[in-house]
Design a protein around this ligand. Structure first.
Ligand code: ADE
Ligand code: ZN
Length: 338
């Protein structure tokens, strides 16, 4: 392992952009399908992995929704979440903010309680046994009507103590943030934090909407913000955190090559960029894989890697005491490596 790779491994990381359904590894998917008596439309783990070639976001989403169809019981949701936590423990991830897409399961008649109880059981155990703190974020599917998001919010009502924030994901182009302005206003009234996917495939205009119409607490992806200088100035002035996902961007052809990834420009502009894995089982890597691939492709130095890590800890929704602890650990790692 190179010195920089060791540095990446040692950093106390926070992951802020992770879809738990996107951490569904093919081996676990086949196991769960079998115990639920479901036949996947692929003969083997290898055949499934071969299908992970995407020209755009929608091609990925079609496979992602198909994959999550095998989840049925509380145990399934627990196993999925626990597998992710155990995997990122080996990457020294210390805090996670996890999205899940309740509508992707409700439309298959899986009760809201089944989903959230399984996920929360794993998150609580992960906090106790693996020392990984967490926040759970309920994400609305933007290809569905706003009415469906409102219905989901109603279902979430008994669990709002356990849901820290709400998000917006799925097919971006044609489904701008403004379509969901009312439901996010209702979420804010309930004290929920708000983050939306914007500027992944969609234009800078969608990021403006996220800021001005939704008043988001952070922005997921945000890559295309760089096309608009005024928007960059605004994001810097507001200290908005961007949860950027390098291997996702490569696999979904948001960038043509990792050497063209905008993270160095984002840091140079003073944007609070962070590195995250998005859907690691589909995009070929977890946190350290993303940081290593990006480092090698664009030549990040230790100071830039430390900044990305600090941005994530500071920009997380962890409790103040937890942030303080992780920032102290970060300073210690930086000192050890200089
Ligand atoms: N759902 C899961 N991953 C996503 C992504 N990268 N963009 C939009 N929706 C998603
Ligand atoms: Zn995402």
């Amino acid at each position: 392992m190179s010195n920089l790779s060791q540095f990446i491994a040692a950093l106390p990381k926070a992951e802020l952009h992770l879809h738990i359904e996107g951490s569904f590894e093919p081996e676990l998917m086949f196991n769960i399908a079998e115990r639920n008596g479901i036949t996947l439309p692929f003969d083997s783990v290898e055949a499934l992995k071969k299908a992970y070639e995407f020209n755009n976001l929608q091609e990925f989403l079609d496979i992602y929704y198909q994959g999550m169809n095998v989840l049925q019981t509380e145990q399934d949701y627990y196993d999925l979440t626990m597998a992710y936590l155990q995997r990122v423990k080996t990457d020294n991830v210390r805090h996670v903010e996890i999205f899940w897409d309740p509508q992707g399961h409700l439309e298959r008649n899986i009760a809201f309680s089944t989903q959230i109880n399984g996920i929360l059981k794993a998150l609580e155990e992960g906090e106790q046994l693996l020392d990984i703190s967490y926040r759970l974020i309920m994400s609305f599917l933007r290809h569905l009507p706003e009415e469906s998001a409102f219905e989901t919010l109603t279902q979430a009502e008994p669990y709002l103590d356990h849901i820290y924030g709400v998000g917006l994901d799925s097919s971006e182009v044609g489904h701008p943030p403004e379509k969901f302005a009312r439901v996010f206003a209702a979420c804010k009234e309930k004290g929920l934090k708000v983050t939306v996917h914007a500027g992944e495939e969609g234009p800078a205009e969608y990021v403006w909407q996220a800021l001005d119409l939704i008043q988001v607490d952070r922005v997921d992806h945000g890559n295309r913000s760089l096309e608009d200088d005024k928007l960059v100035q605004r994001l810097v002035a507001d200290q908005q955190v961007l949860t950027v996902c390098p291997l996702s961007n490569l696999k979904l052809q948001v960038v043509t090559d990792l050497s063209q990834h905008p993270i160095p420009n984002m840091l140079e502009a003073g944007l609070k960029a962070t590195v995250n894995s998005d859907d690691p089982a589909y995009f070929g890597g977890y946190m350290n894989d993303n940081l290593n691939a990006l480092q090698q492709a664009v030549g990040l130095d230790k100071a830039q890697l430390a900044t990305l890590t600090r941005n994530a800890i500071e920009g997380s929704w962890a409790e103040a005491e937890r942030k303080k602890l992780l920032l102290a650990e970060l300073d210690q790692v930086i000192a050890e490596f200089t």
